[in-house]
Design a binder for this molecule. Structure first.
Ligand code: FMN
Length: 192
């Protein structure tokens, strides 16, 4: 009995420590993807995860997809996003990690505390190891509360298969490829 309590207690402590570590807002980072004079502009916001950083990979891959369709994107961390609040963009993308069945706090606070989204086109991307349903819904609700136009919302996973077909390819690479196609799809949709 004591052993079980010790195991449960240690697991809880590790979980709490991890929650605190991943909850910290990451550093300022900005990457520009696409031709500077492109016809359409996107702002893609994520908060870097200290473990695998799938969110940065997914955000950049989405931006590559947009750039193949003639867009330019600024892919920025939440900490850097404040520098772009006055700039005009045709599309805003929020890429959130899931921690304890909710989108990461940095992204949530960023959306809650800003007023630049009213009437704007927004895409939501929710990441996680595989249990993202609630987190995706919360992210969508936050965006809608800002009177933004949520044009699409997708989830990609680190562990749960991102494709139904049997393959030996890395699951995270499939997620990154899918994000690229998602970018192209969104670009086409906005053009119409
Ligand atoms: C403390 C903690 C809680 C997490 N909770 C969830 C969760 O509720 N659902 C889920 O799908 N993934 C969960 N994850 C996995 C992260 O969402 C996943 O590692 C992240 O989205 C991808 O981050 P990466 O940048 O490390 O690849 C959790 C991870 C940690 C560290």
């Amino acid at each position: 009995m004591t052993n079980i309590l010790v195991i449960l207690g240690s697991t809880l402590i590790v979980w709490i420590v991890l929650t605190v570590v991943v909850g910290k807002k990451g550093p300022e980072k900005v990457a520009v993807i696409g031709m500077p004079n492109a016809g359409h502009k996107a702002l893609i916001v994520y908060d870097p995860d200290p473990i695998y950083n799938l969110d940065e990979k997914i955000s950049k891959s989405f931006a590559e997809g947009l750039s193949e369709k003639g867009w330019v994107s600024k892919v920025v961390t939440v900490a850097a996003a404040k520098n772009f609040e006055k700039e005009f963009f045709d599309l805003y993308v929020f890429c959130a990690n899931t921690y304890n069945w909710a989108p990461d706090r940095a992204i949530r606070n960023h959306i809650k505390n800003n007023d630049y989204l009213q009437g704007e086109h927004v895409v939501a991307i929710t990441l996680g190891s595989g249990s993202t349903k609630r987190s995706q819904r919360l992210l969508e609700d936050l965006i809608k509360q800002k009177d933004a136009i949520l044009i699409d919302s997708r989830t990609f996973w680190l562990m749960k298969p991102n494709t139904e077909s049997k393959t030996k390819r890395s699951n995270s690479k499939i997620a990154v490829e899918k994000a690229n196609n998602f970018g192209k799809e969104v670009a086409e949709r906005i053009k119409k």
